[in-house]
Design a binder for this molecule. Sequence first.
Ligand code: SF4
Length: 323
Amino acid sequence: MPLTLNVIQEQQEQKEIKNKKRYTEGYRLVGNHSAVKICAYCKKAIKGEDVCYKNTFYGIESWRCIQMSPTFFCDHRCVFCWRDIDYIWPKWQGPVDEPKFIVDECIKSHVELLQGFKGNQKAIESKLKEMQKPLHFAISLTGEPTMYPRLPEMIDYIKEKGMTAFLVTNGTIPEMVERLIGHQPTQLYISVYGPNKEIHQKTANPITKDAWEKLQKSLSMMHKFNRNVMRLTLTKGFNFVAPEKYAELAEKYKPMFIECKGYVWVGHSQERLEIENMPYHHEIMEFARKIEQNSSYKIIDFKEESRVALLAREDYKDRKMDF
Ligand code: SF4
């Protein structure tokens, strides 16, 4: 029996009747294997309360950003993940939806989900207008997007529509990263969950054999992407260690940007970790300074509320994109 989303849900219901909504909570499901969820910062931005750090660093208009994923499948069980990591798959299973269908349906679902803001007193008039025409895809909601076999076409179609595509991957499918060189996302993120194999294993607990070696292969192609980021999600007690070793990795693979992002105690990670596992912003800055001291990278920006620091070997005039 193919493992479609319905089958997953049935398995989930059987396993957790008392907690039926556990796995797909708050997601708007799209087709057989995709989902959209309105990002907290998108909501805050519509009310003029705040924007996300990707607005601060790269100019992303948070109120026009679609947070989605073309897959629920993932081969990692990262200790800090907001997802329910009981659901894990080494590779793709079941039907493969059309890229255009996924993109168009995600746009439609996202805009539908935002209509409630029309009655919200706090909503900013101009943002209410602009939110109807999303500009950005954040392909990072859940799961491992590079498992979706038609990802290159999906990214091409997003860009054909004049939108941006920020793709986050854990790098364990270097074959797909290689295919994406010819179908570049606007910005590629490769997540590095440890400065070495041992800590990566402890933090990400991958089911993929040779996950660390595959990650190295993906990192070695990073420089072929026009905009690329080595993303560190730092969790105390796990991978918030050895900044000089992360610096070594950066010197080896030369990413355009390094993001030092503090883990946030949300979702199902609260069942695995304590709030004390979240680094404070000043600790993130200190960690980033140590990377600075051990590499050719410099801190070029940060956002305190998001506990994140941005490093680069030089700042770029078009770092912050205009739309
Ligand atoms: S870039 Fe990420 S954090 Fe910012 S609005 Fe989009 S989904 Fe939210």
